[in-house]
Design a protein around this ligand. Structure first.
Ligand SMILES: Nc1ncnc2c1ncn2[C@@H]1O[C@H](COP(=O)(O)OP(=O)(O)O)[C@@H](O)[C@H]1O
Ligand SMILES: [Mg+2]
Length: 240
């Protein structure tokens, strides 16, 4: 089977000299959800920014058979929908509907077609009722749903989500996991939330210092890198 995303020996250095990616190899196959785990600063966000060409390093990134390069960016960005960690970076129009219609309009769709896509996408994330609201009035969970709708309106084949549950309360996190579980696209899910990774991903990769230090079933990777929540070991009766 052809991978949807194929990354080979990807290297990236920021202008200040920080080596953020130091030889990453990665594949995503149709139907898969892969969790991307690893410490803060290990290169996860730098990695996902390469998947739709927001930054370009050395090595190769191929999406649906297309090399990611300046000439293919328009096509690549239709295939890969990237949901940023902070929804405020994604939402900037006066109303939710306009925000979600922005992508399809940018693709060249007529306004009524773009709005139809936007309404369908908002319905898919359970936010149809908020179409005429201002995005900045929404809760963090609602903003995340609208940001996802903006991506879905582009009909992507691959969803890439950078720490989607970070700013959400527990019910919001559960609702988001349920939503993501229903979306049929292949997914790359950057997360510190091991429960979320376990619920959604069939496999995990673990970033360390700009490299993938290990991969496998989520639970195996979590155990190998000791990546679960801390459980305090107190002697019995010591709790006040
Ligand atoms: N714009 C930037 N300029 C310089 N260094 C950066 C920039 N963005 C990230 N970095 C550095 O690159 C490394 C990887 O960061 P990042 O990809 O954001 O990691 P993660 O998403 O895993 O927390 C870190 O050392 C971080 O400090
Ligand atoms: Mg990050």
């Amino acid at each position: 089977m052809q991978p949807l995303v194929e990354v080979r020996d990807l290297r990236y250095q920021y202008d200040d000299g920080t080596v953020a990616l130091d030889g990453v190899d990665f594949q995503l196959f149709p139907g898969e959800t892969v969790a991307v785990l690893g410490a803060n600063g290990s290169g996860k966000t730098t990695f996902v920014l390469h998947l739709n060409g927001l930054i370009m390093g050395k090595g190769s990134v191929t999406v649906c058979g297309m090399p990611v390069e300046p000439a293919t960016l328009t096509h690549v960005r239709q295939k890969v929908g990237l949901v940023f960690q902070d929804s405020d970076n994604q939402l900037f129009m006066p109303t939710v509907l306009e925000d979600v219609a922005f992508g399809p309009l940018n693709l060249g769709l007529a306004r009524d077609q773009a709005e139809t896509r936007a309404r369908d996408a908002l319905a898919a994330v359970g936010m149809a009722h908020a179409s005429s609201k201002a995005p900045y009035h929404l809760s963090a969970g609602e903003k995340k749903r609208v940001a996802i709708a903006g991506i879905l309106a582009m009909n992507p084949e691959i969803l890439v989500l950078d720490e989607p549950t970070t700013f959400l309360d527990p019910p919001g996190q559960n609702a988001l996991v349920a939503l993501l579980d229903e979306l049929p696209q292949a997914k790359i899910l950057v997360t510190h939330d091991v429960d979320c990774a376990r619920a959604l991903a069939s496999r995990a990769v673990f970033f360390q210092k700009g490299k993938i230090a290990g991969e496998g079933p989520v639970q195996e990777v979590v155990a190998r890198f000791n990546w679960d929540r801390i459980s305090l070991q107190r002697p019995a009766g010591s709790r006040l």
